[in-house]
Design a protein around this ligand. Structure first.
Ligand code: NAD
Length: 257
C-alpha cells in the first residue's frame, strides 16, 4: 500500500472539486465521483496534467449500489481506500409550508441517504482491509442553525451532524474516524442557485440575497472552495488521527459554536 487513496463524491464542481484538487496536491491518489462523468473527467484530466493521480467514476449517491460500486471501482483502480469524503449535496429554497413532498424526498435521498450509504460503503471497505480510515462528511452552518427558506436543507445538514457523531462512536473501535466540515457561504454554483431562488421568493434583485448573507461574515469576504479544502486536507491527514465525531466550522466567522 503506497500512496494514500481518497474518494470524493460530487467532485465535478464547487467544493468537491476544490477538495479533490487539494488532496491530490497533498499526495493522495484521488477518485472523483459525480452524476455526470464528463464533469468529473474534466477535473481528473486537469489533476493529471499537474502531475497528480486521479480517476473519474459516474455515481449518483442516492443509490446505495452506486455508492458501493464507486468504492469497488476505486479499490480496483488504486488498490485500497484511506479517506472517503461524502461531499455531494443539493440545496432547495422554499418556506417549510410551501415545500413539496417530492423536493423534501430529493433532499433527504441525496443529502442524508447518500451520506449514510457513503459511511456504510467506506466503513465496509476499511474493515475488509483491516486498516484505519477516515470518513469526512459535508454539513454546514445550516447544520448548526435553521435558516429561513432553507428548512428542509437545514434538516438534512443537522442530520449529517447526528450521523457523524453516531458513526464516530460505532466505528472508533476499528480506528475509523468520522468528522464533518461546516462551511458558510461558499461561492459555488450552489449559492448561485440559492441566491436566484431566494431573490425570487423575496422579490429582490438577483445578487441581493447573497449580498445580505455576505455582509454577516466577520472576515469580510465570501468563502472559496479552497477554504473548505484546507480544513478537509487537515481532517484527511495523520494530524487529525485523534479527532472524531466533530462537525467543524469553516465559515469566516458567521456561527460561533
Ligand atoms: P455544488 O452544487 O456547486 O456542487 C455539488 C456537486 O454535487 C455537483 O457536482 C453535483 O453534480 C453533485 N451532486 C449533486 N447531487 C448528486 C448526487 N445525487 N450524486 C452525486 N453527485 C451529486 O455545491 P457545493 O457548494 O460545492 O456544495 C458541496 C457540499 O457542501 C454540499 O453537500 C453542500 O450542501 C455543502 N455546503 C455548501 C455550502 C455553500 O455555501 N456552497 C455551504 C455549506 C455546505
Amino acid at each position: 500500500m503506497s500512496k494514500k487513496v481518497a474518494l470524493v463524491t460530487g467532485a465535478g464542481q464547487g467544493i468537491g472539486e476544490g477538495i479533490a484538487r487539494q488532496l491530490a496536491d497533498d499526495g493522495f491518489a484521488v477518485a472523483l465521483s459525480g452524476r455526470h462523468l464528463d464533469k468529473v473527467q474534466r477535473v481528473v484530466d486537469d489533476i493529471e496534467k499537474n502531475g497528480g493521480q486521479a480517476y473519474a467514476i459516474e455515481a449518483d449517491v442516492q443509490y446505495r449500489d452506486q455508492v458501493f460500486d464507486s468504492v469497488k471501482k476505486t479499490v480496483e483502480h488504486f488498490d485500497h481506500l484511506d479517506v472517503f469524503v461524502n461531499n455531494a449535496g443539493i440545496a432547495h429554497v422554499a418556506q417549510i409550508c410551501n415545500t413539496k413532498e417530492e423536493d423534501l424526498d430529493r433532499l433527504l435521498d441525496i443529502n442524508v441517504k447518500g451520506t449514510f450509504f457513503g459511511i456504510q460503503a467506506a466503513a465496509a471497505q476499511f474493515r475488509k482491509q483491516e486498516t484505519p480510515g477516515k470518513i469526512i462528511n459535508a454539513s454546514s452552518i445550516a447544520g448548526h442553525e435553521g435558516f429561513e427558506l432553507l428548512g428542509a436543507y437545514s434538516a438534512t445538514k443537522f442530520a449529517i451532524r447526528g450521523l457523524t457523531q453516531a458513526a464516530a462512536k460505532e466505528l472508533a473501535r476499528y480506528k475509523i474516524t468520522v468528522n464533518a466540515y461546516c462551511p458558510g457561504i461558499v461561492l459555488t454554483p450552489m449559492w448561485d442557485q440559492i441566491d436566484e431562488e431566494m431573490s425570487q421568493v423575496n422579490h429582490v434583485a438577483k445578487g441581493e440575497s447573497l449580498k445580505q448573507y455576505l455582509s454577516g461574515i466577520a472576515l469580510g469576504r465570501g468563502e472559496e472552495p479552497e477554504d473548505v479544502a484546507n480544513l478537509v486536507s487537515f481532517l484527511a491527514s495523520d494530524k487529525a488521527d485523534y479527532i472524531t465525531g466533530q462537525a467543524i466550522m469553516v465559515d469566516g466567522g458567521i456561527k460561533y459554536v
